[in-house]
Write a protein that binds this ligand. Structure first.
Ligand code: HEM
Length: 403
């Protein structure tokens, strides 16, 4: 079909309300010349998963071996820990190959990234927690996968597990032998492989999936989530005039490049520079954002849990902060109740708060202490979840959402 004809068919479909199944992936058009590999094989990341580990998890789930693997993995925490002795041989052989940094990992950059995370932690907690976390609920494929998987039924537990990933990634020793991120990333990779096997068996998930026969969590889907985290946070830090050196920015990107590599994304899809990442994000994240029933419920769960804390602000303020960080359009999709007074306070108070913290304002602006308490409460939420368990609590699911 010529592209003109195809476009006419698509616009006719749109006019009839047919074309826009929320979350349908756009055709892949990003060039691998902008990737860390510098070249590509022509593969389409919407149709690339993680074959070896996917086969492995399918076998372990069918054989009923996953609970024993979860027990064995409890003692596997630090990057320098040996693999647990009682893992099935095929899983141990696989983990031996992948449980390490790639040859292109730059230790100086990773150390700088860790230091950057420490220096900017206040903004990072706010942006990951109230920005990326809520954005994940308007990424239709992610929202539906999370909602209909086992973890979707207990968002408190799931949020704690996800915080573990963020906490381990942001830790000063994240990639060092005494850090935990390489292990946490590998456990997450196993969880994703299990989800690829389990979710297609859920009739409730297949009924709402944009492509019912599509296996979830493709390389393309992981890239979308990376943009909702790393690329989004980087963009916001610039918009908020948070001072960053070029080396800091590069190090922060490098940390994410290594992280998504550890999650199984091929090097031909991993953006090389922030400009390449932004271009990819505009193609695959921005046009895909949309409300779904599942996403609205997840957002309400997440914001309800946050609002249970003593934030020093009202739920209306929390809603408006999310709107401020993400946009009114997303706020409207999620039906976040308006509080126009809080919105006005945030619009003027938050930039002044940042300016004062960064030493660009001589006197504390009005509302400084309220913002400070809010920021501290969000940080505590993150840190409590990250520091309380002595072992990473990430476990491989054996089923989908119950009930
Ligand atoms: C599980 C992180 C991409 C769907 C997890 C877990 C972490 C995590 C830490 C383990 C915690 C838990 O079990 O809840 C990430 C990161 C991603 C990413 C850092 C990309 C940078 C995705 C994508 C999808 C997805 C693209 C779907 C489209 C899920 C699901 C679970 C999960 C369904 C299992 C929840 C459960 O049943 O417990 N992910 N994820 N993830 N992830 Fe991801």
């Amino acid at each position: 079909m010529s592209s003109l004809n195809r476009r006419r068919v698509l616009s006719l479909g749109a006019a009839l309300g047919l074309a826009s199944v929320a979350g349908t992936a756009p055709a892949w058009a990003w060039s691998s010349t902008g990737s860390i590999a510098g070249t590509g094989t022509g593969a389409d990341p919407w149709w690339v998963w993680d074959d070896e580990v996917d086969r492995l998890l399918a076998r372990l789930l069918k054989a009923g071996e996953v609970p024993a693997v979860n027990t064995a993995m409890q003692a596997w925490v630090n990057n320098s820990d040996p693999l647990p002795g009682d893992l099935p041989t095929d899983l141990a052989t696989y983990l031996q190959q992948v449980n390490r940094l790639p040859a292109w990992a730059d230790h100086d950059k990773l150390r700088r990234a860790a230091d950057f995370n420490r220096r900017k932690d206040t903004y990072l907690f706010m942006l990951y927690g109230l920005g990326s976390g809520i954005m994940s609920t308007v990424i239709p494929r992610e929202a539906r996968s999370v909602y209909w998987s086992a973890g979707g039924a207990d968002m408190k537990d799931r949020a704690a597990k996800t915080f573990t990933f963020g906490y381990d990634l942001s830790d000063l020793n994240a990639f060092e032998p005494s850090g935990q991120f390489v292990v946490t990333a590998n456990k997450t990779r196993l969880v994703h492989a299990a989800v690829r096997h389990l979710l297609p068996q859920s009739t409730r998930w297949t009924a709402v999936a944009d492509e019912p026969k599509h296996i979830p969590i493709s390389n393309g889907d992981i890239l979308i989530t990376f943009h909702s985290l790393g690329t989004f946070v980087h963009k916001k830090l610039i918009e908020w005039h948070v001072p960053m050196s070029a080396e800091d920015e590069e190090a922060f990107l490098h940390m994410w490049q290594v992280a998504i590599h550890l999650l199984g994304v091929r090097e031909e899809f991993i953006p090389k520079t922030w400009a390449d990442a932004r271009a990819q994000s505009e193609q695959i994240l921005t046009p895909l954002l949309a409300p779904t029933t599942e996403g609205k419920r997840l957002a309400e769960d997440l914001l309800g849990l946050t609002a249970e804390l003593d934030l020093g602000v009202t739920r209306g303020f929390l809603n408006e902060f999310v709107r401020y960080v993400l946009s009114d359009e997303i706020g409207d999709w999620l039906e976040l109740r308006r509080d126009y007074a809080a919105a006005a306070t945030i619009r003027t108070g938050w930039p002044a708060y940042i300016a004062f913290r960064e030493g660009l304002l001589p006197v504390a602006p009005a509302g400084f202490y309220m913002f400070d308490q809010f920021v501290r409460a969000i940080a505590m939420l993150f840190l409590n979840n990250g520091t309380s368990p002595t072992t990473t609590p990430i476990t491989i699911p054996t089923g989908n959402r119950p009930g």
